[in-house]
Design a protein around this ligand. Structure first.
Ligand SMILES: [Zn+2]
Length: 392
C-alpha cells in the first residue's frame, strides 16, 4: 500500500521533528520518498527482514502508530522504534494491519508458522493488554486480588475493557450487539482488535462511563450477587447511568423466584430498605475505613454495600430476604472494616417480624447495642424501612 504519513525524524540538530513523506509498503519492506512525484529517489527504507511489528501508539492519539524494527534479521537483536502519524484513524488501522500481514507472511515463509493472528506474530495478547492503563484489575468489580477473584482474563473487543470471569458472565448477557466477549488466553485475536483495545483500556473507558459516580461510592460488586453485578453492568454499558450527568439509576436486581430456591419452604419475603445510620460510633478512620450492614433471618443472610466510615452514613439500598416460618427476628449487625479488610462488629439490633404490619412499609429507627449509657450522647441507630409480605 502507499500514501502520505508523517514520520518523526531521527534526533538531529533541531531535535525530533515530524516530516511528511510518501510511503510505499510492499514485498521489499517500507520505503519513503520526499513526495509522491519523487518516487525514484528513496529518502530511507526499512527492509522486510528488519520489520518486527506495528501497533497503535496507545493513548497518544488515534492516528499515531509505532513500527518496531530489529537491527539484523536475527530475532531479538537490538530494536528501534519509528513513530508515525496517519491522516486518519482508519488509515492508521490499515497501515498497522498491512505491516502485520507482511511480517506474518515473512514468518510463514521462514517456517515460523505465522497464520495471521497476533498471538503468533507479535507479543502475546496477554502482555499487550496488560500494558494498557487500568487493565491490571477488572473494569467493573475492580477486582485485582487473585484470592478474591481471578485477574482479568476476558475482554470486550468493542467496549475496549478487560474484566474477571464473574463479570464476563454479565457482559455475555448484554448480548454481542453491546459487548463482544473474547478470552484473553484462549481466543484468537486479530491485530485490529488488539490495536483497538490498546487505544481504549479500563482507565480511559471508566473515566467516561463512571464519570458520574462520586468517588468512593462504587458498589462492592465482589461481594454482590450475580444478579446485582448484572444490574450494575447493564446500567453502566447499556443505560449509561453513570456517565457525567447520568441519572445513576440501577434497575433492581431480579429477585429469586421460589422455584429457584428449591425445597426450602418459605413463609414470606422481607424487604429491607437500609436508609442511613445516625450517631454511629466509628472508632477512627483507619480502623473503620468502611461500614456495611449484615441482615440475618434464620440461616439466610444479606449484606449491604460498603460505604465510607462516618457517624452518619447514607446507604439508600434495598435488599430482600426470605423468611421461614420458624424465624422470629431479623438480626441487624453494623460491621466496620479496616483498610486491610478485617472486620469488627460495631453494634447490633433485632426486629421481631410478627410485630410488623403485613404488606405495609414501616419505618424503624433501630437502636444499636451496645450503646452508651450516657444520656448526654445520642444513641447510635440505623434507619430502616421494613416491608413483610407473607406468602398466602
Ligand atoms: Zn469483575
Amino acid at each position: 500500500m502507499e500514501g502520505y504519513l508523517s514520520k518523526k525524524s531521527r534526533l538531529g540538530a533541531a531535535g525530533r521533528v515530524w516530516q511528511r513523506r510518501w510511503f510505499v509498503l510492499d514485498g521489499t519492506g517500507l520505503r519513503w520518498f520526499e513526495d509522491e512525484s519523487k518516487r525514484g529517489d528513496a529518502k530511507g527504507a526499512i527492509g522486510l527482514a528488519h520489520l518486527e511489528s506495528a501497533g497503535a501508539a496507545a493513548h497518544k492519539s488515534p492516528t499515531r502508530f509505532l513500527v518496531r524494527c530489529r537491527a539484523s534479521a536475527e530475532r531479538g537483536s537490538a530494536a528501534s522504534v519509528y513513530d508515525f502519524e496517519a491522516p486518519s484513524s482508519a488509515a492508521m488501522g490499515r497501515w498497522v494491519e498491512a505491516v502485520g500481514r507482511l511480517v506474518c507472511a515473512r514468518g510463514a515463509r521462514e517456517g515460523g508458522g505465522g497464520s495471521g493472528d497476533a498471538a503468533l506474530c507479535g507479543e502475546p495478547v496477554e502482555e499487550r493488554l496488560a500494558a494498557v492503563p487500568g487493565n491490571g484489575e477488572c473494569a467493573d468489580c475492580m477486582s485485582s486480588d487473585p484470592k478474591r477473584q481471578p485477574l482479568p482474563a476476558w475482554a470486550s473487543t468493542n467496549l475496549g475493557v478487560v474484566f474477571c470471569i464473574r463479570c464476563s458472565g454479565a457482559h455475555r448477557k448484554l448480548g454481542t450487539h453491546l459487548s463482544k466477549v473474547l478470552s484473553i488466553k484462549i481466543d484468537r485475536w486479530s491485530d485490529e482488535q488488539l490495536a483497538w483495545m490498546e487505544r481504549l483500556g479500563n482507565a480511559q473507558v471508566n473515566a467516561e462511563l463512571e464519570a458520574g459516580l462520586p468517588a468512593g461510592v462504587k458498589p462492592d460488586l465482589v461481594s454482590s450477587s450475580a444478579e446485582q453485578v448484572e444490574a450494575f453492568i447493564r446500567a453502566k454499558y447499556e443505560l449509561g447511568s453513570f456517565l457525567a450527568g447520568g441519572d445513576g439509576f440501577v434497575p433492581p436486581a431480579p429477585r429469586r423466584s421460589l422455584q429457584e430456591v428449591g425445597m426450602i419452604e418459605f413463609a414470606g419475603l422481607l424487604f429491607v430498605q437500609l436508609v442511613a445510620g445516625s450517631h454511629l460510633r466509628v472508632p477512627n478512620a483507619w480502623r473503620t475505613a468502611s461500614l456495611h450492614c449484615e441482615f440475618r433471618l434464620g440461616e439466610r443472610r444479606a449484606r449491604s454495600r460498603r460505604c465510607r466510615g462516618s457517624p452518619n452514613p447514607v446507604w439508600g439500598e434495598e435488599l430482600a430476604i426470605n423468611r421461614c416460618a420458624a424465624d422470629e427476628a431479623l438480626l441487624v449487625r453494623l460491621i466496620g472494616a479496616d483498610l486491610l479488610g478485617r472486620t469488627e462488629c460495631l453494634g447490633e439490633g433485632r426486629v421481631r417480624i410478627d410485630d410488623l404490619p403485613r404488606e405495609q412499609p414501616t419505618g424503624v429507627d433501630l437502636p444499636l447495642l451496645p450503646s452508651s449509657e450516657s444520656a448526654r450522647t445520642k444513641a447510635p441507630s440505623l434507619g430502616l424501612v421494613l416491608t413483610y409480605n407473607p406468602l398466602s
